[in-house]
Design a protein around this ligand. Sequence first.
Ligand code: B1M
Length: 239
Amino acid sequence: MSDQEDTFDLNSLENEELIEQVHDDLYNGLREEVVLATNIFLSRGWAADKVLNDALVEGMRIVGVDFRDGILFVPEVLLAANAMKAGMEILRPLLAETGVEPIGKVVIGTVKGDIHDIGKNLVSMMLEGAGFEVINIGINNPVENYLAALEEHKPDILGMSALLTTTMPYMKVVIDTLKQQGLRDKYIVLVGGAPLNEEFARAVGADAYCRDAAVAVETAKSMIAQRRAARDAAAAAAH
Ligand code: B1M
């Protein structure tokens, strides 16, 4: 089928059909089709976060279920991930369109041994959209990378992501190293990733667990506000 016919086909679908089609296209790793559908939704006036959640995130959830059940394998999931990333790239500038001064700075990365980055990138994009300056240090980060980024960028928040039960304990290595170096209290530490929960976050010494990108944004905002209020109160008391 030619590109023109593809374009015509996708454009002719009603929204509900197009949503199902983009889930199928994501499942099949069809990057160009996912890009096309993302643009069609935007041209129909859909908000970027609705396209993200209803089309891309839901499509990837379906992929995850079949990956878990042994129906899809790594090569297929990689193609799906690439298609998802291509869609996310279109949405990125729209989600980041705030035009306001940064409300805080975040260093975020996936921990050592873990190469999953879709969720982390989504969190980065949503934080940027909410007005944060985000330094995304990528995947497979040993503690040295986190320390170097904290030293260089002096953020308010350190965010860590892990998608594997085997890599999530590495968050404790990073937090313990911060404690040993007397740096822990300088940063708000937020953690996230599908296998984590609040209990785990508490156990490793993080400040909070973020279930998803929206929660990450809300938590980042409220914790920065709390910290600034506490500093202001301490400064006022010292006068
Ligand atoms: Co992987 N994988 N994978 N994988 N993979 C999972 C995680 C798995 C649950 C699949 C399954 O079995 N159902 C399973 C882990 C099982 C376990 O640990 N118990 C698994 C496995 C086993 C593996 C391999 C070991 C497979 C193998 O090689 N045999 C291998 C490991 C490689 C490695 O890391 N060393 C592997 C490889 C891969 C691919 C490379 C093929 C690909 C990654 C591509 C990429 O990321 N660039 C991949 C994918 C895509 C997945 C699934 C299908 C989807 C993950 C995803 O992108 N979700 C995943 C199944 C699943 O999670 N259902 C799976 C969409 C994303 C939007 O959600 O990442 O949860 P999520 O992020 C959310 C929240 O968690 C939260 O906000 C995000 C947005 O709302 N969040 C944060 C995440 N990080 C945060 C950080 C924060 C805050 C919130 O900081 C403040």
